[in-house]
Design a binder for this molecule. Sequence first.
Ligand code: SF4
Ligand code: FES
Length: 246
Amino acid sequence: MNFTLKIWRQKNQNNTGNFETYEVRNISPDASFLEMLDVLNTQLVMEDREPVAFDHDCREGICGSCGMMINGRAHGKGRKQATCDVRMRSFTEEQTITVEPWRANPFPVIKDLIVDRTAFDRIMQAGGFISVRTGGVPDANSTPVPKVNAEEAMDAAACIGCGACVAACPNSSAMLFVAAKVSQFALLPQGQPERKERVQKMVAQMDKEGFGNCSNNYACEAECPKGISVTHIARLNREFLLAKLT
Ligand code: SF4
Ligand code: FES
């Protein structure tokens, strides 16, 4: 398959950046989007030009490293897929594809398609953990967890921290990410000792980083590669209110 690519090129955070146009030829329909970019980069290197910088690691939808706007959609138009899951057969022959980095003030561009997502790390450092005494491994059934809670906690824990929810949101809100992280602990016994402190600290850090508020747009849920539900945002709001009132 052949494609025309309009890719955002930006040297660094201080550079304004611009779109550049490239042609890629003979791409396998079964190639992933990142493999197609590999082909482009090989081509650019052979021509003694600078390759396009983009984040990636597992290439299996697990790590959350990859992420870019493909034709204006976070991770492309498909549902529940990371950029590395996108296959070239989902585009049409000779299609023009626009590729941009996440657009959000708390995620400044480092280079080309790579943005700085350390704001998420700082939110996690603020409270996205549990404190436990180390020691022998307890029996698996020594801390019973209701099945419904275990299932919901697992669903929340599926968040890979990719940042697509922020990029998709018109307010650059990180509520879905923070809600997933708060939920996964709030639903389990292990998360109870720091429950109230955790939600307040994580929300405070989220605000400090400059993420916007949720206005029920639901674009975050639609673009999330792990299908994290906005019902977790409702839980985040309840957790926050409970912590503030008690
Ligand atoms: S909630 Fe979904 S879109 Fe947001 S960071 Fe987690 S996995 Fe990515
Ligand atoms: S490279 Fe790991 S999720 Fe895409």
